[in-house]
Design a protein around this ligand. Structure first.
Ligand SMILES: [Zn+2]
Length: 474
């Protein structure tokens, strides 16, 4: 049965479809309590007509069979509100088109100045997820398709029983794992590794930052970043899109630590710094970053400069960045074809003399056979490479970028020079130290790419240091 200790199938009849304006005329609840997986669930049914205190439109009376006369002596919602709350207490709220029923209840409680909330599972979404190709997911379609025994359609208890019958039928006809996975996905409920505390996800903020997964010792297993820490960490443990890394992490993780940052850029920078210094066992990003680099042209010949060997000052005269030497060569090959450049001169062919492979296909203007001068080839190469050129750094020295959190409580000031990161300051003292004695710049492919992208979109509001302090930066 559903992977919860208690759940309730709920159906409402109403005077219309607008939760703010229309009123409830009937409530039906089928509550299911599962004391243990081995014992049969305890099922409690409850239904009542509700006096909406407004007339019911004739069309609705015809559809539901609930007339003004029937609800005339019924209790109002305020009378039954405590009973409804206790029936639903601790339950997953399950309804067909759940947003409708849940919305009506929320508004009905709000009119009493009481709040109502529950985790909601919609059986329309469940049906769609399990039978994406089926025709129709309305209650009548489900009843017909699954051959459900029902009575009292369009009455609250009758419809609540029908969706309870639908769920029971699912568990009779399909593998439990398949249904559980669909339910979890709909509830966005991660199946947490059992060794983590149950509130491990809820304890995380829904803000940008970095997270660190630990196993049994003080070395992190994995470090990641997100603009929404809670959602990202939960995604690691959601059942359906588990990667091999996530499976390993699920087995080894014992605790989660996190650090908030003001924004996305701060999270990216902090992740990069932490991965370099803590060397987590399962981060492939580490190797990926080491593989990255840029291209320089030395005496007319392109060469790859890996991340560790990049001289910050030369970065603005380089091309790229590229995620690897292989990626750089692929880009060069494409340029060679498009611009009739010599693949031997570009270092894309191993050794040998005579016409390059491109020349043999009549796709090289002939540096390799002496028909084009080195100077001419160089000039054409530079022209071809122009779109890949890393632009000049727009400031004379250090540029500061201020990032403020959505709630305004947190400000990070990031310092950059030549498209490289120098550090991040969180107060004026830190900022002054950072600007007075800037550390060696750290080349990080992702950071440089992000800066260049924002620069190209004119969305990089850098301020020259040291003029700007935290409070005066724009
Ligand atoms: Zn050639």
């Amino acid at each position: 049965m559903l992977p919860f200790p208690a759940f309730a199938f709920v159906d409402l009849e109403t005077t219309g479809t607008r939760a703010e304006a229309d009123r409830i005329t009937e409530i039906g609840i089928v509550r299911v309590d599962c004391a243990s997986p081995s014992s049969p669930p305890a099922v409690t049914e409850w239904a009542t007509l509700v006096d909406p205190q407004v007339p019911i439109p004739p069309a609705i009376q015809a559809l539901t069979g609930i007339t003004d006369a029937m609800v005339a002596g019924a209790p109002t919602f305020s009378t039954i509100a405590p009973r409804v709350a206790s029936m639903l207490d601790g339950c997953i709220f399950i309804a067909h088109n759940a947003r409708f029923d849940y919305g009506f209840l929320k508004h009905a409680y709000a009119r009493l100045e009481r709040s109502f909330s529950a985790r909601v599972l919609c059986t329309v979404r469940l049906s769609r997820r399990l039978d994406p190709d089926a025709q129709g997911h309305g209650l009548d379609a489900l009843i017909a398709r699954h051959g459900l025994d029902t009575s009292d359609r369009h009455r609250a208890l009758g419809d609540a029983r029908a969706i309870w019958a639908f769920v029971q039928r699912l568990y009779r006809d399909r593998p439990r794992d398949e249904i559980d996975a669909a339910v979890r996905r709909i509830l966005k409920m991660p199946s947490l590794p059992p060794q983590l505390p149950p509130d491990a996800i809820d304890a995380l903020p829904e803000t940008p930052g970095v997270y660190l997964f630990y196993g049994d010792n003080s070395l992190p297993l994995y470090i990641g970043k997100s603009v929404d820490l809670r959602q990202r960490v939960a995604a690691h443990f959601s059942q359906d899109w588990k990667s091999e890394t996530d499976l390993r992490l699920s087995r080894e993780i014992r605790r989660i630590e996190h650090e908030r940052t003001a924004g996305e850029l701060g999270a990216l920078l902090r992740e990069s710094e932490l991965i370099k210094s803590r060397m987590p066992a399962h981060n492939r990003a580490l190797r990926r970053k080491a593989d990255a680099g840029v291209m320089e042209i030395a005496e007319g010949v392109p060469r790859f400069v890996a991340a560790a060997g990049i001289d910050e000052a030369r970065l603005p005269d380089s091309y790229g960045p590229f995620s690897s030497k292989t990626a750089m060569r692929a880009a060069l090959r494409k340029l060679a074809t498009g611009h009739r450049l010599c693949t031997r001169r570009l270092g894309l062919e191993r050794g040998g003399d005579g016409p390059c492979f491109a020349r043999q296909l009549r796709r090289c203007d002939g540096w390799c056979v002496g028909e084009e001068s080195a100077a001419s080839h160089h000039a054409r190469l530079e022209a071809a490479l122009a779109p890949l050129a890393i632009p000049r750094w727009p400031l004379a020295g250090i540029g500061l970028l201020r990032e403020r959190s959505a709630d305004g409580e947190r400000v990070d000031v990031h310092a950059f020079r030549n498209w490289s990161w120098l550090g991040t300051a969180r107060d004026d003292g830190e900022l002054a130290r950072l600007c007075e004695t800037p550390p060696r710049a750290q080349f990080d492919l992702d950071v440089t790419r992000l800066l260049l992208r924002r620069h190209a979109a004119a969305a990089l509001p850098l301020v020259a240091a040291p003029r700007a302090a935290i409070d005066s930066a724009p």
